[in-house]
Design a protein around this ligand. Structure first.
Ligand code: ZN
Length: 393
């Protein structure tokens, strides 16, 4: 399984003006393999056998039959009669029965790579470099994000019986993209291929979709790896599904922060990479924006209305002539219309509410209905503050 896991808010929504979406992320990129095991229940037998009942020599042979039968989820071996029963249900409907055992199929996903966006370490190098000493721990420790984590199982790919490989990108601990690949008869470099694609969260990506790149190496000279692309014409019209970007950001759509970046297109009409309409929010709200938000909530902030209460000789007004209060600065000032409209649109796509008030922006209300989206909203607020040079006030 490859997890592209993003811990922080990082969603860019440009669908408002362009008809498509791109997500970028400060992400954890992880890869894991699929292996089959069995939970064994001794002196039990299944109450049904919906696939087959066959005579075999051992419980192991019975488990093997279940392993190779995709529909099988549980199996039952009776020592006396040597009968092996295969069942599609994974429910443990069983009864006590001496010298019989029930084996329930368990599919384990073993993470083999966890990578993080924005830490300036190449994901491709982490995947291919056998001398990396940053082994993946079990259970997964993802507390260190300054380097990617790699399981040495990658180097024994052809020996470990890989069945499937799953790729996932998470945003705020929610998977936003996933791809499932057949891993049988593959090596560590060729499993990520169009012919091995079994399923994905992309509704228009199949083994017969037109593509010009589909692979781990991807477009090597542009450092576009794990790259699934439909077509190149020029930077403005490039179309594709998914990419892990390295430290080479030739096109505008790639210039979205520190590498590596994990980008995908969210809408299929078109799957255009370009983000011309909107600045990508920063990956995560900075400490700066947390402290600024606190000061805006309380009103003890860098705005003139507050300053004039501390320094009576100073002007309480904004350059537009109105008193420069928090509400004025965030919601009404005509100087900041453009940036505010971008923020309003972005937040609308998160909350579904076009009405933007101080509660929405700052979470003043104790019953903060936007609590789950607070980090993402904060990202957009931070963009607004940055664009409007709040820190220079
Ligand atoms: Zn103003």
């Amino acid at each position: 399984m490859i997890f592209f896991k993003s811990k922080h808010c990082n969603i860019l929504d440009v669908s408002f003006c362009c008809g498509f979406l791109i997500l970028t992320s400060s992400a954890v990129f992880s890869i894991a393999l699929n292996q089959i095991n069995f939970d064994v229940f001794k002196d039990k037998r299944l109450l049904s056998g919906s696939i087959t009942t066959t005579s075999v020599r051992s419980a192991l042979a019975c488990a093997a039959l279940c392993t190779f039968d995709k529909k099988c989820c549980s199996s039952n071996y009776e020592k006396g009669s040597k009968l092996c029963t295969l069942e599609t249900s994974c429910m443990q409907n069983m009864e006590p029965f001496l010298n019989s055992q029930v084996m329930i199929k368990v599919i384990n996903w073993i993470p083999v790579l966890v990578a993080y966006s924005g830490n300036e370490q190449s994901v491709y190098t982490a995947w291919t470099n056998q001398t990396e000493c940053n082994d993946l721990t079990t259970p997964l420790d993802i507390s260190v994000t300054t380097r990617h984590l790699r399981n040495p199982l990658i180097d024994r790919w052809t020996d470990v019986g890989v069945k499937k490989v799953k790729v996932q990108l998470f945003t705020n601990d929610v998977p936003v993209v996933w791809m499932l690949f057949n891993g049988e008869d593959t090596n560590e470099m060729n499993w990520f291929s169009q012919e091995n694609l079994m399923n994905s969260s992309f509704n228009d990506l199949t083994t017969s979709s037109p593509t010009n790149y589909f692979g781990i190496v991807g477009h090597w000279s542009q450092l576009r790896h794990f790259f699934i692309n439909r077509a190149y014409i020029n930077c403005g019209t490039d179309e594709g599904w998914f990419v892990v970007l390295g430290d080479c950001q030739k096109c505008a759509w790639e210039q979205q922060g520190l590498f590596p970046l994990f980008l995908y297109t969210k809408s299929n009409s078109p799957r255009n990479w370009v983000a011309v309409c909107q600045k990508i929010p920063k990956d995560l709200p900075s400490k700066w924006s947390f402290s600024i938000t606190t000061s805006l909530r309380t009103g003890y902030c860098d705005l003139n209305d507050y300053k004039s209460k501390i320094i009576p000789s100073s002007d309480k007004n904004c350059s537009c002539g109105e008193p420069e209060t928090v509400e004025h600065y965030l919601l009404h000032c005509s100087n900041y219309e453009e940036a505010r409209e971008r923020m309003r649109t972005s937040i609308y796509f998160i909350t579904g509410n076009i009405h933007m008030d101080l509660d929405t922006l700052l979470g003043i209300d104790e019953e903060d209905i936007n609590r789950d989206n607070r980090n993402e909203i904060l990202c957009h607020l931070e963009n607004y503050l940055t664009e409007e040079h709040y820190s220079n006030m």
